[in-house]
Design a binder for this molecule. Structure first.
Ligand SMILES: CC/C=C\C/C=C\C/C=C\C/C=C\CCCCC(=O)SCCNC(=O)CCNC(=O)[C@H](O)C(C)(C)COP(=O)(O)OP(=O)(O)OC[C@H]1O[C@@H](n2cnc3c(N)ncnc32)[C@H](O)[C@@H]1OP(=O)(O)O
Ligand SMILES: Cc1cc2nc3c(=O)[nH]c(=O)nc-3n(C[C@H](O)[C@H](O)[C@H](O)COP(=O)(O)OP(=O)(O)OC[C@H]3O[C@@H](n4cnc5c(N)ncnc54)[C@H](O)[C@@H]3O)c2cc1C
Length: 642
């Protein structure tokens, strides 16, 4: 199963080998539990481990393999981030995709050797979503052949970029490029922020940390202002766009090609989300098979809480989602790598499809991951609320994904633009022009679902039902939009008035893609036992998801009330079937205790001993009487006694 999850037997084996090596290297372990550290201590601890890793990485992993690097990172540095998180996640990808060959030769080896630390600085205090209204300017000075970066007012301060505040000395900065008073829109520039020797900010740069956040606090998300700060013309990233010495602008082959670093993260973060969901579920499911509370049959002893159907219903559909996201994420990464290769050689024809797909997936996956992790926390009762479970940190980091890389509602609306264009093709009889991801929009569906009528139909009837509801909602939302415009409403106003319905279409389309990715994967599996276990999970997935969106299929009679009862029964049936495999389905992800960082979810299952040990190690328990008591509470009580 681990081979299915991680892509191949070799990958699963390598992960195990890497975890085993790390287990033998105490210098790479947290020196004490992260929840007992202050933010400064955590940042220091992370930097300590990061520098050891830089020295010893070659002994542990193949540093050129991103999957090994990612695993090493999760084990040693963990999900709270590290001082170089954005360096790998966005700075290097931005340079790789947007810098010319010559620029790459100059900067990439230095970045890869970690001679310099970089980040991606785009969002500002006043604008994150609406890139057209970013306010930082890069004005070309023809006389000196330099760009002058400037922050005209407080809202133009860069705000949020990870590791910008304290760790990075370079950044890819996105600024509006102005040449001879003409604004060419946002473009990426390579900018040195700090002196390479002293790490002091360079003159003209104002920089710092934006303060503590809900989670992810090892990362120094930062602010940055420029006061007429000059950089050479050749620091504009020039793979696709060029500015010649005389100010001539050569436009890129696609208007949005400079957004590729964002698409990179949107594609890669899906499996990251799956991992976070599976981690939280691993903790909750292990704990649920240790925790005994109450009886189902009063004549019997107390049961493991995992025996309760409500507990299974809370956890198992999310286990199925974690697998579904992992499989859909792996497909998306493959597609992304293909499109990136094409883009580099000038073929930009697939960019719109990839943008639409990743926009929808990032939104649905992050939202459902958040839901699943929060349910996992509640499934652990009181102990889930303790930082000992570590689930709150996993939750905080995961739901950051609902916001970063494009706020979820906004990204769903990006996919909706693509769906509405596709609907227009269907309506104008041009269905043959639909891309493969939306081809179903042009296919006539049956009048009713055959879900409970065709035995052994595999998942075909389910997929057809998902296609039906997605198609119907897309055409309905598009009709609403076109109808408003026909009535004379301006395009943007009409769009806004339909946006809730449009986003519903985007979610349904994305959920269909996730179901199909899961089906595709299960169909490919040769090993009978693995196929059986995943088929059960897939049964739970399609029935649970369909129940969740049933109103769309009920309202036009595609599904009947009796079919809904059938679907509900299937959910209960598969909850029971999955119960014996539940812990294994999560243990198969092979998270080590070091990586999980959870007292509650440890492999040994000694929950109570470990919790007591953890509580005793709390810094508050170093003394029996705290100075807050001697200084304030004790005098207060004494005064009251007088
Ligand atoms: C490697 C990682 C591995 C694992 C990660 C795992 C865990 C992660 C853990 C921790 C987190 C780590 C890092 C966090 C990093 C976070 C970094 C950031 O957040 S960076 C900042 C991100 N900012 C955004 O995403 C901003 C969102 N806004 C936008 O993208 C755009 O403004 C917009 C909403 C798309 C609109 O853009 P614009 O105003 O320029 O667009 P127009 O309205 O003019 O045109 C729309 C038109 O353009 C098409 N389009 C837009 N984008 C693209 C694209 N990328 N590709 C192709 N086409 C695009 C769009 O489809 C429209 O087309 P039309 O309908 O007109 O044909
Ligand atoms: C943990 C974290 C890490 C980050 N890292 C980075 C980084 O490394 N580099 C970087 O540059 N940035 C980074 N960001 C910033 C992030 O990319 C932005 O916060 C994000 O893109 C959302 O933009 P915003 O903050 O402007 O939200 P807003 O756009 O202000 O969103 C507020 C509300 O307005 C709604 N809204 C906005 N526009 C529309 C619209 N057109 N239609 C409908 N509704 C709309 C949204 O849906 C939302 O409900 C990070 C953010 C976080 C939380």
């Amino acid at each position: 199963m681990a081979a299915q999850i991680w892509g191949s037997e070799k990958r699963a084996r390598r992960r195990r080998e890497i975890s085993a090596k790390i287990a033998q290297m105490p210098e790479l372990h947290d020196s004490k539990p992260l929840p007992f550290m202050t933010r400064e201590e955590k940042i220091m601890e992370s930097a300590r481990k990061l520098t050891i890793l830089t020295e010893k990485m070659g002994q542990i992993i193949d540093p050129t393999d991103p999957a090994e690097l990612y695993h090493l990172n999760n084990e040693v540095l963990g999900l709270e981030g590290n001082p170089m998180a954005l360096h790998g996640v966005m700075f290097i990808p931005a340079l790789s995709a947007q810098a010319s060959d010559e620029q790459q030769a100059k900067w990439l080896p230095r970045a890869l050797r970690r001679e310099i630390i970089g980040t991606y600085a785009q969002t500002e205090l006043g604008h994150g979503t609406n890139l057209q209204n970013l306010e930082t300017t890069a004005t070309y000075d023809l006389a000196t052949q330099e760009f002058v970066l400037h922050t005209p007012q407080i809202t133009a301060l860069k705000w949020w970029p990870g590791n910008l505040g304290k760790s990075s000395n370079y950044a890819v900065v996105v600024a509006h490029m102005i040449i001879k008073a003409k604004n060419y829109g946002p473009h990426p520039f390579m900018v040195q922020l700090r002196d390479e020797k002293t790490h002091e900010p360079l003159p003209g740069i104002t920089i710092g940390d934006i303060g503590p956040k809900m989670a992810y606090n090892i990362v120094d998300n930062g602010f940055l202002g420029f006061n007429k700060y000059r950089i050479p013309r050749t620091n504009l990233l020039m793979r696709h766009t060029k500015v010649e010495a005389d100010g001539t602008y050569i436009k890129p082959p696609h208007a949005k090609i400079n957004y590729s670093a964002m698409v990179h993260v949107r594609a890669y973060m899906l499996t990251g989300q799956a991992i976070m969901l599976a981690s939280a579920l691993n903790i909750a499911t292990r704990y649920s098979s240790v925790r005994r509370q109450g009886q189902i049959d009063k004549s019997q002893p107390e049961v493991k809480v995992l025996e309760y159907q409500t507990q299974q219903h809370r956890l198992f559909p999310s286990i199925a989602r974690a697998y579904a996201f992992q499989f859909a994420g792996a497909e998306t990464v493959k597609l992304y790598e293909h499109v990136l290769k094409e883009m580099k050689s000038g073929n930009v024809s697939l960019m719109a499809d990839l943008h639409a797909l990743t926009s929808g997936l990032k939104s649905v996956v992050t939202y459902q991951t958040g839901e699943g992790i929060e349910q996992a926390r509640m499934a652990c009762g009181g102990h889930g609320y303790s930082m000992a479970s570590y689930i709150s940190e996993i939750y905080g980091v995961a739901i950051g994904g609902c916001t970063y890389e494009g706020e979820n509602m906004v990204m769903l609306l990006q996919l909706a633009r693509y769906l509405v264009k596709s609907a227009a093709l269907v309506k104008s009889g041009q269905s043959s022009k639909l891309g493969p991801l939306v081809a179903y929009l042009g296919v006539k569906s049956e009048p009713t679902s055959l879900i409970d009528r065709i035995p052994n139909s595999g998942f075909t009837e389910y997929v057809k039902t998902f296609q039906h509801v997605s198609k119907r909602q897309t055409l309905k939302a598009a009709d609403m939009f076109f109808g408003l415009m026909e009535k004379g409403e301006k395009r943007e106003i009409a769009w806004n008035k339909c946006s809730v319905e449009l986003n519903r279409a985007s979610r349904l389309h994305t959920r269909l893609f996730i179901v199909e990715a899961f089906v595709r994967r299960v169909n490919e599996i040769a090993d009978i036992r693995i196929k059986e276990a995943l088929t059960d999970l897939l049964h739970l997935h399609v029935n649970y998801e369909l129940l969740d969106i049933a109103s769309y299929a009920l309202e036009d009679g595609f599904l009947s009330a009796s079919q809904l009862d059938y679907i509900r029964d299937q959910v209960y049936l598969y909850l029971g079937k999955i119960r014996p495999n539940a812990v294994s389905l999560l243990d198969s992800w092979e998270f080590s205790d070091i990586e999980l960082r959870s007292v509650l979810g440890r492999r040994d299952g000694n929950v109570y001993e470990n919790l007591f040990k953890w509580a005793k190690s709390s810094p508050l328990n170093k003394t029996d009487v705290l100075s807050s008591v001697t200084q304030y509470l004790k005098p207060m009580m004494e005064k009251a006694r007088l």
